[in-house]
Design a protein around this ligand. Structure first.
Ligand code: HEM
Ligand code: CU
Length: 655
């Protein structure tokens, strides 16, 4: 048995004022939430309307809220690190603490911020965009959400109980093996990711099924909006990539738990095996998160230029080619492993090849904008700023792909600058564009543009101020994951500038929170359901859409279905036609997804501390939940015609 004797004395993280204040903050916020819910009699509401909901729109909103909270935590981590690095020889964070923070920052930003924010957009948009009443498996969708949520909670718990992981966001062995990481931190990492990862895999399956099977009649694949295409590509990559992650982490856990020798240094183990496996998931993962951002840009560009997207087919094929190629580039993360010239050359070429379809997409966006009547609203601003950010990030990526040159750049600040440029400039800006774009559809009001402009400029200026100096620092020899440096190295001025940039981005985030709170009260209501003069079906609905989405499933005759319909229909006639409704069947809410995820959490917590009885009890609970579900025979209910009429009338959709 590995290190089986973790006891309660290892349990609470002690001795660090930062962590004591975090303990206090967590206890206070939990208490105040409990107090508020009880005081305002909101428990029933929370349970009925949200926790047990299988409505894709509500699940999407819950994903978004959770992801924004995680963006906050990951962002605080980033600012702590940048503060420590602002000047030489600072004592703000100790070495150990710095290691923990870059580990939690990286893990949270990718797995618990980017992924759920992406799933938020999947859920909010896809069914409405393809003319469906929900996803293919609404119950499974709720399971996915709660698995993500409790996986993230388990991971975050390590901060106050047991201690954070500190072996980097990909937990390379031998460092992550018991010999070098004896505490529970790496177990939290493994179980947090495993639990949410099962949810992600299920979401991938769910959206492939939804998109292939649930499109409105007439919406052939080649008439499908590009965002839906991007979700399909990303989901296919999820289906092939996530099982690799699950297996890899399972093997690492067996090493740690049972003293096996998959990835250690002795007994025939091979740590490079782990590095290969984790990047076989890890590289596709970055395409999983960036493809939907590409989808957002395509929607936004054509809406705000009021033109059809240029090169629709090449957009679709580029995404599919990227999905395939993304599985054949993983070795570029460790050219220095010593695989030899042939292997490195192969992976250098495949990596550079991805730039071709990506370039095609960039040119298509530019050609769509060319001679368009462009409106500069928030979603468009973020889209425009994405293009230079991603082009620079992409070009430095091609530089990193030059295998011999990578011996110089590898694990330097040049790399840090590169991947933040594509992850922030591509993924985060893309999802922001999407959130600003679809916000009125979610909530029925628009976000204030003036505060949004402040947020936009702070984020964008901060972004370049933070990361441009890091390219130079990389050339000057600064390696990643160093927690401090001396005056003699000459890195001080650029690091200081970089930290200033990080805080500007932090200010941008504060403006966004302010913008949301302000707009809840003062934001312009969206009474038409189509505030941007949109082109795709989600804009044919009232905002927010009724719980059954479409009273009548639309008939699709062309690409940009809603735009075409608007061209043919006089203003007053839109949606006001007297139609004959039929009863609608919708899935019933269920508490099982939540309960099952709680049991997963208990199981993960038990195995993290090697409390096997608790772990098994948790798994038994999961089994019971599955069993309970299989005895639920009535899983749907019917909405009668009168109710549909009433709801449609209340939204002004029946004359
Ligand atoms: C918002 C502004 C951000 C700032 C100021 C920032 C800053 C940092 C810093 C200082 C490090 C540690 C560098 C080192 O010591 O090696 C780091 C690492 C990292 N960041 Fe960020 N970051 C930001 C956003 C993001 C986002 C949005 C993502 C992903 C979507 C991300 C993903 C990562 C990853 C994967 C690592 C590597 C962690 C590791 O070395 O294990 N960051 N970031
Ligand atoms: Cu890669």
């Amino acid at each position: 048995m590995g290190n089986g004797n973790l006891t309660a004395s290892h349990f609470f993280v002690t001795g660090d004022p930062l962590i004591y204040s975090a303990d206090a903050a967590i206890i206070l916020s939990v208490l105040s939430i409990l107090f508020f819910l009880t005081r305002c009699h909101k428990w029933g509401w929370l349970w009925r309307e949200w926790i047990t909901s299988v409505d894709h729109k509500k699940i999407g909103i819950m994903y978004m809220i959770a992801a924004m909270l995680m963006l906050f935590r990951g962002g605080v981590d980033a600012l702590l690190m940048r503060t420590q690095l602002a000047l030489p020889n600072l004592q703000f964070l100790r070495a150990q603490h710095y290691d923990e923070i870059f580990t939690t920052h990286g893990t949270i930003m990718i797995l618990f911020m980017a992924m759920p924010l992406m799933f938020a957009l999947f859920n909010i948009v896809v069914p409405l965009q393809i003319g469906a009443r929900d996803v293919a498996y609404p119950f499974l969708n709720a399971v996915s959400f709660w698995l993500f949520f409790f996986g993230a909670m388990l991971f975050n718990l390590s901060f106050v109980i047991g201690g954070s992981p500190d072996a980097g966001w990909l937990a390379y062995p031998p460092l992550s093996e018991t010999a070098f990481s004896p505490g529970p931190g790496e177990n939290f990492y493994i179980w947090g990711i495993q639990i949410s990862g099962i949810g992600s895999l299920a979401t991938g399956i769910n959206f492939v099924a939804t998109i292939l099977k649930m499109r409105a009649p007439g919406m052939k694949l080649m008439r499908m909006p590009l965002f839906a295409w991007s979700v399909l590509s990303s989901s296919i990559v999820i289906i092939f990539a996530f099982p690799v992650l699950t297996i890899t982490l399972a093997l690492l856990f067996i090493d740690r738990f049972a003293g096996a020798h998959f990835f250690g240094m002795t007994g025939g183990a091979n740590p490079m095996m782990y590095v290969n496996l984790i990047w076989m998931w890890g590289h596709p993962e970055v395409y999983i998160v960036v493809l939907p951002a590409f989808g957002v840009f395509s929607e936004v560009v054509s809406t705000f230029a009021k033109k059809r997207i240029f090169g629709y087919k090449s957009m679709v094929f580029s995404m599919l080619i990227i999905s395939v190629l993304s599985f054949f580039t993983w070795v570029h993360h460790f050219f220095t492993m010593g695989a030899g010239a042939d292997v490195n050359a192969f992976f250098a070429v495949t990596t550079m090849a991805i730039a071709i379809p990506t370039g095609v997409k960039v040119f298509n966006w530019l050609f769509t904008l060319y001679r368009g009547r462009i409106t500069m609203a928030s979603p468009m601003l973020w889209t425009i700023s994405f293009i230079p950010a991603f082009v620079v990030g992409g070009a430095t990526g091609v530089m990193l792909a030059v295998a011999p040159a990578d011996y110089q750049y590898h694990n330097s600040y040049f790399l840090i600058a590169h991947f933040h440029q594509v992850l922030i400039g591509g993924v985060v800006f893309g999802y922001f564009a999407g959130l600003y774009y679809w916000w009125p559809k979610m909530f029925g009001f628009q976000l204030d543009e003036r505060l949004g402009k402040w947020a936009f400029w702070l984020w964008n200026i901060g972004f370049y101020v933070c990361f441009m100096p890091q390219y130079a620092l990389g050339f000057m020899g600064m390696t990643r994951r160093v927690y401090t440096y001396g005056w003699d190295l000459g890195w001080a001025p650029l690091n200081f500038v970089s930290t200033v940039g990080a805080f500007l981005m932090g200010a941008g985030f504060v403006f966004q929170v302010w913008q949301i709170l302000y707009s809840i009260r003062h934001g312009r209501r969206d009474l038409t359901g189509d505030p941007w003069n949109g082109r795709t079906l989600e804009w044919s609905m009232p905002s927010p859409a009724p719980y059954y989405n479409f009273a009548q499933i639309p008939q699709v005759k062309d690409r940009d279905a809603w735009w075409m319909e608007k061209q043919q229909m006089p203003e007053e006639g839109r949606g006001n036609t007297a139609v004959k409704y039929e009863p609608i069947h919708m899935p019933k809410n269920s508490g099982i997804p939540f309960v099952m995820a709680v049991f997963w959490f208990i199981a993960g917590f038990g195995f993290t501390f090697h409390w096997i009885a608790l772990g098994i009890a948790g798994l038994a609970g999961v089994g019971m939940s599955l069993l309970a579900r299989s005895f639920q025979y009535k899983m749907e209910y019917e909405i009668p015609v009168e109710e549909i009429q009433r709801v449609e009338a209340s939204m002004g959709r029946i004359g």
